[in-house]
Design a protein. Sequence first.
Length: 283
Amino acid sequence: MKKCPQCGAIMGKDVNFCTSCGYDLRNVSVQKVEEAPTNPVENTAQVEPKQTEPQPPAASEPVNYGDQFQNYWQWCVDSWRNPGTSSPNVASWYGWLTILIEDAFVVLGLYYCANTIVSTLINWANRMGANINGWENFHVPFNIMLEIFVVLVIFEAIVIGGFYAGYRYVYDRQLSFFEFINRGAHACNFNLIISAAFFLLMLLGLNSIKFMIAVFIIMLALFFASQHIILFGDQGAVHDKIFGFLIAFAIIFVCLMILDSIIYSSMVHSIINQIMSMQNGSM
């Protein structure tokens, strides 16, 4: 057996990560379980039972954020070495944290890129002698970037939820939603490197539209490929996998149509109104 040095939980000898706190147990030595004496009845008259005194409740140990970050970083390294083999004994927040970091990199990169493009267009129009009164100090509102960030997260949640429903139908097994997210994020965690590189290149001024489109296509392809790997790659299917894919596709399609009618249209109007109000206020 293995004893977690962080929370004290007892794990099996083959467990690599503590299921209670996510601590890395690969370097923890295996301890032998103490066996009871072979003849417990012998000499019972001479041995008096020990009176156990109630022990005070153990104080909760402070959370070691350094160890948690190290465990998360090790999970990321494992995902880059072996993307398709995710360990189930990890913290439930690894997958969502990775997705949020990727979205933040992309949105911030778009923010700097959009402002650079707007500034270039204003300077070009000024050199051409066009009337740019009120647009000299225009910049893209950061509230628009926050709205785009929220939309990206909702879109990813819809896709993951659709494939999770298809997975549950195909395999009929008790797999938690957060474990499913961890497996998907582990399989496409190269997007974390791509999004970070995209953000750095935007800061350096590489604001080519073709480059941005290529990055989006690559990240989107990896994201959808990871969901397909989980849905089609596992063994022990109870129902046909194609039917599971059709269920996932139907759920995603219906949810995106609803999202488009509720959020996307209103977001476009909100962006236009914010831009026009800023332009009118600067005149």
